[in-house]
Design a protein. Sequence first.
Length: 170
Amino acid sequence: MAKNQAPEIKLSENQVRILTQLQNSTHSPLHFKQRAKIIMLAYEGYSNNAIERIMEIHGETVTKWRTRYASAYQELAATETENSRKLRERIETILSYKPRSGKPPTFKDEQVACIIALSCEQPDKLGLPFSHWTPELLRQEAIKRGIVSSISAMQISRFLKRKRIETPSN
């Protein structure tokens, strides 16, 4: 059974110039430098296996970025007719991570806002038998008020820390 052949990388002079700048710049993020080098080595005729050995990276990484860049050939050719700034932006977009869906947040923004607002209230003015909130007391009150059905004191602490709100620790 024949192995899938890696896509050929075709580059214009402008693309070579931009990729070389990204690869050699001291101000380029490391991921741009690495990916630009993958594309340049592929353009120079190196196989994916050779690029993997030269750069000492995983073969899937080489395949992923070579394929992604090759599949953007038509788009880059169309952008080529515009100015070089747009071409550079397009190349950087191609060499960037694509957004991942990830797990949806457990708590809605409104719930977090209600917990933070609760932490700003004075417990004794609400008729509660203590003068300061702790994460555990906030947790109990948030559940009691129906803001959330369950939450840990640690999660409450994370919300407050994110907003630089402090409560005494237990």
